[in-house]
Design a protein around this ligand. Structure first.
Ligand SMILES: N=CN[C@@H](CCC(=O)O)C(=O)O
Ligand SMILES: [Zn+2]
Length: 396
């Protein structure tokens, strides 16, 4: 991971070569040092373009059924995210739709989103369950995620998020639902080996710190490390719970004060910011500048989901990070690549151009400078995407 001041540094080689073999990066450097004896099967001329590590998107909910644009209109008409949730909309709305969708249909919908994010330069993503809310439907989501991992070139990590919302049948009996998560869902997910990580929406109106701790402890028995939704709606204590349990990341963090920054300092827990959600919901952005200036690392992710961020465009996330959170383009790119890889536990193999790492890179169209990427915030500037050393997408 890169922290604090280091985040402003993004090493760059002008007029460079990059060699890939067997899915990995074999070597790179200035053109003047390219060995004369190399005979490549495929040569791509990137003159005038830039080659960057493919984006790593460490927080998505991209397996979902249908969409929720009616709630988008409700929000325009004045309802808040929490009010919509209290009326049985929001996550519960998506859970009902998912229940009525077959596993095959769900896979096809999610596959279209995976192909979409690959075309926008993403090479690795974390995908959460959490629209099932019954053992059977949570397993359905996680099996779809497994199938996406097996059938697409995207590197995928799976997170079990049974504690995303309390289902309607458990209204007023939240602790009984947490019992179900701990005693039935986690063992079922663990036995099938379907999730790398465990998550809980630890926030006002959703799950408490105590409930989150019970869930984290139960999942630890199956080797699932926590990645926690924290402090989106209030100073929930979720950041401290995550740090206490050595979470790989705590995510959202719109409500972060000095105590939370202190708790994160020196921990192995990556603060992960999701400015797409603050943008879409019209809420406050997390204090990224203060975090970085205090020496913390920061990761960026899209939060691609139907309710609070219906977009997986990581280039737009760079624009929001720079325009709305005052991160520099260099900081934002580090946050969306190597630090986001860390937040998925894959920074040894993904997130930067290093010899031996997986050959996941994006090639931009011809652009005047790196700064043009976040600046031209709606232009499609991705020319090609190479994952595992193979061109998987090329713009027309
Ligand atoms: N905050 C909780 N979960 C999602 C939203 C899910 C939804 O509204 O469907 C998020 O990260 O923003
Ligand atoms: Zn989320």
């Amino acid at each position: 991971m890169v922290c604090g001041k280091e985040m402003a540094s993004l090493p760059c080689i002008n007029d460079a070569y990059l060699l890939m073999e067997d899915e990995r990066i074999l070597s790179f450097g200035p053109m003047s040092s390219l060995p004369k004896t190399i005979e490549a099967d495929v040569v791509i001329d990137a003159t005038g373009k830039m080659v960057l590590p493919a984006f790593c998107d460490s927080h998505t909910h991209l397996v979902y059924a249908g969409s929720r644009e009616q709630e988008f209109i409700d929000k325009i008409n004045g309802l808040s995210y929490e009010e919509i949730a209290r009326r049985g909309g929001g996550i519960l709305n998506s859970a009902r739709r998912l229940h009525d969708t077959t596993e095959d249909e769900l896979y096809e919908e999610a596959l279209a989103r995976v192909n979409e994010i690959i075309s926008m330069g993403t090479g690795a993503a974390e995908i959460k369950s959490g629209y099932g809310l019954t053992t059977e439907d949570e397993l359905k989501m996680l099996r779809v995620i497994k199938r996406l991992r097996e059938t697409t070139p995207l590197t995928i990590r799976a997170t079990f998020l049974g504690a995303h919302a309390v289902p309607a049948e458990y209204k007023g009996r939240q602790s009984a639902y947490v019992d179900l998560i701990v005693n039935e869902m986690i063992p079922a997910v663990g036995k099938e080996g379907l999730a790398n990580f465990v998550d809980s929406f630890c926030d006002k109106g959703f799950f408490t710190c105590e409930e989150t701790e019970r869930i984290i402890e139960a999942a630890a028995a199956y080797g699932m490390r926590p990645k926690i939704h924290a402090n989106e709606l209030a100073l929930s204590g979720g950041i401290q719970v995550g740090v206490k349990h050595n979470a790989l990341s705590v995510d959202h963090l719109e409500f972060t004060g000095d105590e939370e920054i202190e708790a994160l300092a020196g921990s192995g827990t990556m603060p992960t910011l999701l400015p797409g959600a603050a943008f879409f919901l019209g809420m406050n952005y997390p204090p990224a500048r203060k975090m970085i200036d205090s020496g913390l690392p920061v990761a960026l992710a899209s939060d691609y989901n139907p309710g609070s961020s219906p977009s997986g465009n990581m280039k737009f996330i760079l624009s929001l990070a720079t325009i709305k959170m005052k991160m520099t383009p260099e900081e934002a790119i580090n946050a969306a690549t190597i630090n986001s890889a860390y937040a998925m536990g894959i920074s040894d193999t993904h997130g930067s151009i290093c010899v031996g790492k997986r050959a996941n890179v994006l090639i931009t169209k011809e652009i005047p400078s790196l700064y043009f990427l976040p600046y031209a915030y709606t232009s499609n500037l991705i020319d090609s995407v190479i994952l595992g050393g193979r061109v998987v997408c090329r713009s027309k």
